[in-house]
Ligand binder design. Structure first.
Ligand SMILES: *[C@@H]1O[C@H](CO)[C@@H](O)[C@H](O)[C@H]1NC(C)=O
Ligand SMILES: [Zn+2]
Length: 313
């Protein structure tokens, strides 16, 4: 059985934000509500099984029996996107929703809830996870909740409540037309709490890399408060390419506070710093020691941990 987080108010929306309509946390480096101080209000953010992490391929355990099956990837959906103050979050209007199962989640059935993005000010950084300390410009999270719990608010109370598919976004010179409807909608809704429909229906397949069978799996947490340690992470190894111009649209989303770092109310970065892996083991469905392509513009950055030092920019 999982446990009930007493800190979570009834208005809490998973991975989305908002406790009683006030921003109680942010991505600032040196704010009392900032990314290094989330644990003050949300103790689980200081837990031992937090996300994101760096994937050290030399220490990954290859497990050829790991599978992930996502159902409904090719079905088209009427889709909306909302700026929740921390990210651009996409939801599907119509049912049935896509689902996820496989040995990677011990054969349990999960249902699609939402997807959203994490990005950085520039394309040298922005993903939350990294592979051998190499970051990508952005990362997409497709959030699924365990269907038997009925809804996501209930599911987050259980250890096996969520499965999140993480997808690295690599920048390219040319735009990815598969992302055009989504980017168009993000551009239409730059303001805090703004919502817009995508101009055409999309499939989830459109947003994924061709190969979804090469992935890493580990147990971790939400990467936003309240940081519940209830997530089976499925991180796809292959990135999907999107245009640098398309990435820039995310960086012009706005929130309702002014960043001390940039002096503007743009959501110019929304990634959490990494957590130590501690006793956890990362498994992979493939041998990562054989094929790993280094992203185009990414550079290796040693991960830094909470309370070790403040990064300077
Ligand atoms: C998963 O989704 C697919 C596509 O909508 C559907 O055909 C299938 O029945 C679903 N699986 C379960 C177990 O509900
Ligand atoms: Zn996320």
């Amino acid at each position: 059985m999982g446990k009930v987080s007493t800190l979570v108010s009834s208005t809490f929306i998973v991975l989305g934000l908002v406790v009683n309509g006030i921003h109680s946390w942010n991505y600032e480096d040196e704010d009392t509500k900032g990314v290094f101080r989330w644990g003050d209000q949300y103790p689980e953010c200081d837990g031992l099984n937090q996300s994101p992490i760096d994937i050290e391929t030399a220490r990954v355990q290859v497990n050829r029996d790991l599978t992930v099956e996502i159902g409904g990837l090719d079905e088209t959906h009427e889709t909306w996107i909302r700026n929740n103050g921390h990210t651009a979050q996409l939801g599907l209007l119509d049912s049935p929703k896509p689902n996820l199962t496989g040995t990677a989640v011990n054969g349990k059935l999960y249902e699609f809830a939402q997807l959203h993005f994490h990005w950085g000010e520039k394309s040298d950084r922005g993903s939350e996870h990294s592979v051998d300390s190499v970051f990508y410009p952005a990362e997409m999270h497709m959030v699924f909740y365990r269907k038997q719990y009925g809804d996501i608010e209930t599911a987050v109370k259980y250890k096996d409540g969520l499965a999140v598919v993480g997808v690295f976004l690599q920048n390219s010179k040319t735009n990815n037309p598969n992302y055009d409807p989504l980017i168009y909608a993000v551009r239409q809704a730059p303001d805090y709490k703004a919502k817009s429909f995508l101009p055409s229906e999309i499939t989830l397949r459109q947003l994924l890399p061709r190969n979804t069978q090469k992935f890493y799996r580990y147990s971790g947490s939400l990467t936003t408060p309240p940081c519940d340690e209830i997530v089976t992470w499925i991180l796809l190894a292959d990135p999907v390419e999107i245009g640098e111009q398309q990435l820039e649209v995310f960086r012009h989303e706005r929130t309702n506070y002014v960043s001390m770092r940039s002096g503007s109310n743009r959501i110019d970065h929304n990634y959490r710093y990494q957590a130590p892996i501690n006793r956890r083991i990362v498994e992979s469905s493939f041998n990562p020691r054989i094929s790993f392509s280094t992203p185009l513009n990414a550079r290796a950055i040693k991960p830094f941990y909470k309370n070790v030092f403040f990064p300077s920019y």
